[in-house]
Design a protein around this ligand. Sequence first.
Ligand code: GAR
Length: 216
Amino acid sequence: MPEPLRVTALVSGRGSNMAAIARAGLAGAIGARITAVVSDKPGAPALGLARELGIEATTLEPAKDSGRRAYGEDLLRVVDAGRPGLVVLAGFMRILDPVFTAHYAGRLLNIHPSLLPRHPGLHTHRRVLEAGEAVHGCTVHFVTEELDAGPRIVQARVPVLAGDDETALSARVQRWEHIIYPEAVGWFAEGRVAMRDGIAWLDGRRLDEPVLRGET
Ligand code: GAR
């Protein structure tokens, strides 16, 4: 058996996606292990959750009045020290400097709570409800310099139901996040998914559209 892929997770909040990937690794369902967690927020619940799972967790807050470049360089040093083969953004609510995205190009994934390219950015559940859309979901994609615009790997679709509020809708989306994010990390660990020339490939096939999962 090859050594599992070392994965560092960057988090800012609850950490449920980090935990879903970590548990899939610990269960042997994927050939990857989260070996380090880095938060930009000292109070993030994800830090405690990581430690409960036996993962080294550290906080790196941006220095006061420092810019995005300085934080990107500091983060690069901290993440590099963990020698990851893959970095996953798991609710990391900070725009990464190009110095970081360029260094980890092709080894950097994100989960976003919408059916990209629809609704990049924040407050996706609210925006879907306000627009009266019938379908919503989440996307795992490679991270490039442009926010939420890197090549998509897998998407899960869920229905928007009558009476949904942001809480109900985000819970339905998150159930699928916890399925498709470990799945995509598992593909990466097996060398099945890669980014080349700004395009995502799965099993040697160009992914012009992401793999589709979900309930609709
Ligand atoms: C997830 O729903 C993820 O899609 C979203 O933050 C949440 C983090 O939850 N990410 C973004 O909005 C990124 N722009 P978690 O901390 O429980 O994994």
